[in-house]
Design a protein around this ligand. Structure first.
Ligand SMILES: [Zn+2]
Length: 247
């Protein structure tokens, strides 16, 4: 009855990965079967706090708890999704962390800009996220333990990096994802992630604009009549294609 076709273990090189992926994605879909956002507010628009509470997040749940639980889930699912194609993302195939016409550079703890390959960048992202979400001082799990003042900015940082990984998956590894029949998982994961980060303004729209075309298709409540010419189309002109953005 479901329109999502879950892969059979034989489609994978590693059966254990496929089982856990299908299992987790099923659970995720079952848990997050919330209706799409009804708000017509643009991602860069301002939404009154009272209104945004009506869509997904219930004010009965502590906001930080909600952010923590979703951020941790997205980290795990995006890590898993990347792992399905990681054998194709090498220092040779992906010499830089690219998405569209953007190259992402890693900034180390001292703020030093580092050029690295995509697998190195993803490894930095996943290691940092793992470190943060398992840090009891930042993502407390014990009852009565307070979230730190830096919590929201750290959640934003994690979400920004996770967005880079999703963008790279689409721009560099969509063919391999389709070959594994995992595009349904990727699209569902992406749509949920975009709805989440828009809901709480977690990632700057200047970062996410390279994916706006896809976001509109996957996240709009209803089919759009026609794309608006005023939309920031990053790939529409050849000059835009040739322009490389550094982040
Ligand atoms: Zn890659």
């Amino acid at each position: 009855s479901s329109s999502h076709s879950f892969p059979s273990p034989s489609d994978f090189t590693s059966p254990s990965v496929s089982c856990s992926l299908a299992q987790i994605c099923r659970q995720f879909l079952a848990c997050s079967a919330a209706p799409p956002l009804k708000s017509k507010t643009k991602p860069n628009g301002k939404k009154p706090p009272a209104k945004r509470r009506s869509s997904i997040w219930s004010s009965k749940i502590d906001l930080n708890e909600w952010l923590a639980s979703n951020t941790t889930t997205f980290f795990n699912l995006i890590n898993l999704q990347y792992s399905t194609i990681s054998e194709f993302c090498t220092g040779e195939t992906c010499q830089a962390m690219t998405a569209c016409n953007t190259i992402y550079y890693w900034y180390d703890e001292k703020g030093k800009k580092t050029k690295c390959t995509a697998p190195q960048y993803v490894d930095f992202v996943m290691s940092l996220c793992q470190k943060l979400v398992t840090d009891e001082e930042i993502f407390p799990t014990k009852y009565g333990k307070e979230f730190p003042n830096s919590f929201e900015s750290l959640v934003k940082k994690i979400c920004r990096y996770l967005f880079h990984v999703l963008a790279h998956l689409y721009w560099a590894h969509f063919k391999e994802t389709v070959a594994l029949d995992l595009q349904g998982h990727l699209n569902t994961l992406y749509a949920h992630f975009i709805v989440f980060i828009r809901e709480f303004n977690l990632v700057d729209p200047k970062e996410t604009c390279i994916m706006d075309d896809l976001s509109e298709i996957l996240c709009s409540p209803a089919p759009q009549p026609a794309p608006t010419p005023s939309a920031p189309a990053s790939t529409s002109s050849p000059s835009a294609q040739n322009h490389v953005t550094e982040r």
